[in-house]
Design a binder for this molecule. Structure first.
Ligand SMILES: NC(=O)c1ccc[n+]([C@@H]2O[C@H](COP(=O)([O-])OP(=O)(O)OC[C@H]3O[C@@H](n4cnc5c(N)ncnc54)[C@H](OP(=O)(O)O)[C@@H]3O)[C@@H](O)[C@H]2O)c1
Length: 306
């Protein structure tokens, strides 16, 4: 019995892959998403790397690694994600979020492997799209206009990817949490301490779990549905509502002081509205994200068992 079952489209295009163990090179494997990918793709042949073993900014090292490993797919989880530090270390942000992606795309194109890359809601300016006097979430084809160095360098990464190879999966996601330190853990630490907890009411987005995102990546790879997607959980909330939901679900009876972004005095001004609509995914009908509250409950239940 063959391990892989391949279905060919009448024009000869490979469309579907099932039961086939893939060789997957994961970059940034110690990050939140990287760790989840390591857990969710265990049946595949995984090569997990992080900055110490594969620094994606080093072009020659990247090319050599890809030539030697010969992966079927690269999942790029590496990024410079500290939005405020990006403002201070602009060249490093560019090297990792833009040049690093270019290196991976060039390396992938040399051997014809696929590349999964993750981008962000911060490529948008935070005004949303106003239609007939009403604001709606951002769709894949809407005008980008990043306001932060993080958003600008991530957008350049998207452009390098799209210009360099055809067999890519580009997923813009938002407010990601998973196996690592994140907003949820920070809020919980504050909740269990004597500190006053203050959270902004003027940032609206969609918390998204790395578990949900990894499930989407699995489906896209199986379907070979190349292209650009928005991939975040369903629904939306303010950061304040997000924090409140975390406390309520964990039984933390503590008040949260509502504040605005100006009070935080952060170097990078976050978009005030960065809700993504998973338009292409919904049109294709290949994957439906859970509502953010459902994914959050699942995550918090897991946290309780640790
Ligand atoms: N977190 C969010 O809220 C969010 C929202 C939207 C989109 N995204 C995107 O989703 C993806 C995954 O995010 P995440 O939250 O999992 O990020 P993360 O936890 O910060 O992980 C990123 C990983 O990349 C590593 N890295 C940094 N520079 C590298 C380099 N030059 N070569 C190789 N590895 C390097 C980091 O190592 P060190 O820790 O040692 O630096 C870290 O392990 C990223 O593309 C991010 O832009 C994230």
């Amino acid at each position: 019995m063959p391990k892989a079952w391949l279905f060919l489209h009448p024009v000869g295009k490979l469309l579907f892959r099932e039961g086939e163990a893939m060789k997957i090179l994961v970059t940034g494997a110690n990050g939140q998403l990287g760790k989840t990918i390591g857990r969710c793709f265990m049946e595949d042949d995984l090569v997990l790397t992080d900055i110490n073993s594969l620094d994606i900014t080093k072009e020659t090292v990247v090319f050599e690694a890809i030539q030697v490993i010969k992966p079927d797919v690269i999942i790029n989880c590496a990024a410079y994600t500290d939005v405020d530090k990006c403002e201070k270390n602009q060249s490093q942000a560019y090297e990792v979020n833009a040049r690093g992606v270019h290196n991976l795309a060039l390396g992938a194109s040399k051997i014809g492997c696929e590349l999964v890359h993750i981008s962000t809601d911060y490529v948008f300016d935070g005004k949303g799209i106003v239609e007939n006097g009403k604001r709606r979430p951002y769709q894949e084809m809407d005008q980008v206009n990043p306001k932060t160095i993080y958003g600008k360098t991530k957008l350049l990464g998207e452009q390098f990817l799209q210009e360099t190879i055809e067999n890519y999966y580009l997923i813009r996601t938002a407010w990601l949490y998973g196996d690592g330190f994140n907003f949820i853990k920070r809020i919980l630490m504050q909740g269990y301490s004597n500190e006053t907890v203050s959270v902004v009411t003027d940032q609206i987005g969609t918390p998204t779990s790395t578990d949900q995102l990894a499930r989407l990546i699995k489906v896209l790879l199986k379907e070979k549905s190349y292209g650009s997607y928005h991939g975040s959980c369903e629904g939306s909330c303010t950061r304040y509502e997000y924090a409140r939901a975390i406390f309520d679900r964990m039984g933390i009876n503590k008040s949260i002081e509502p504040i605005t972004s100006k009070d935080l005095k952060q170097l990078a001004r976050r978009p005030s509205y960065s809700v993504l609509e998973n338009k292409r995914l919904n049109e294709k009908g290949i994957f439906k994200f859970n509502h953010w509250e459902e994914a959050l409950v699942e995550y918090l239940e897991e946290l309780k068992t640790l």
